[in-house]
Design a protein around this ligand. Structure first.
Ligand SMILES: N[C@@H](CCC(=O)N[C@@H](CS)C(=O)NCC(=O)O)C(=O)O
Length: 221
């Protein structure tokens, strides 16, 4: 494998988008390789033999796996680039940022997935869980412009990629994020004003078409 930076990814992945976004924030040039998860490439299997999942960041031939670990790696390796650090230097603040990013992975991902893979009572529970998780995040954001405070940071990267799935979640679940969490939607708009964010996130309409395709495949439509 040649030197440099390669990202194994898929367009629709909120995890892959985190890596794209962190690389964009730091202004890193890289080779993008779109994976077909139905027919995984030998390089993906070689670089992530444990989970066999995207994203994988390959830096000078060496793989880094798991999106939040990739974002932290990018933040540490390219810390002298012109953008501020994504993670705070204070150990307590850093622990808090990691806590909320972990919360996103545990609660938002799980409830979000149930929003487009279930029906009836299960869907109602998913909706309740999803809104509850977003409300907790909205409270954590408080009056700050970003989760990172004045600067866009680690939790912002972890969560904002989900916003490209909101339209699909809302349509499948028949609810509105803005109605329940207006401040969080203002934060999404604020983040989208950053070029690093807008260019890294998938088009919500395309995400919805993709979700419809998966729902048909699994007999949900
Ligand atoms: N915890 C992982 C999750 C990555 C993940 O679930 N990737 C999915 C695509 S969104 C994948 O590669 N799935 C392939 C598979 O499960 O076989 C991360 O944060 O990177």
């Amino acid at each position: 494998m040649a030197d440099g930076v390669v990202l194994l990814d898929t367009y629709f992945s909120m995890f892959g988008m985190r890596a794209r976004l962190a690389l964009a924030e730091k202004g890193i040039e890289y080779e993008y390789k779109e994976e077909n998860l139905g027919d995984k490439s030998p390089i993906l299997l070689e670089m992530n033999p444990v989970h066999k999942k995207i994203p994988v960041l390959i830096h000078n031939g060496k793989p880094v796996c798991e999106s939040l670990i990739i974002v932290q790696y990018i933040d540490e390796v390219w810390k002298d680039n012109n953008s501020p650090s994504l993670l705070p230097s204070d150990p307590y603040q850093k622990a808090q940022a990691r806590f909320w990013a972990d919360f996103v992975d545990k609660k938002v991902y799980d409830a979000g997935r149930r929003l487009w893979t279930t029906k009836g009572d299960e869907l109602e529970t998913a909706k309740k869980d999803f809104i509850e998780a977003l409300k907790l995040l909205e409270a954590e954001l408080g009056k700050k412009p970003y989760f990172g405070g004045e600067n866009f940071g680690f939790v912002d990267v972890a969560l904002v990629t989900y916003s490209s799935w909101f339209y699909a979640y809302e349509t499948c679940g028949n609810f509105s994020v803005a109605e329940h969490c207006p401040k969080l939607m203002e934060w999404v708009k604020r983040c989208m004003e950053k070029e690093s964010v807008s260019k890294s996130l998938a088009d919500p309409k395309k995400v919805y078409d993709f979700v419809l395709f998966l729902r048909k495949k699994h007999g949900l439509e």
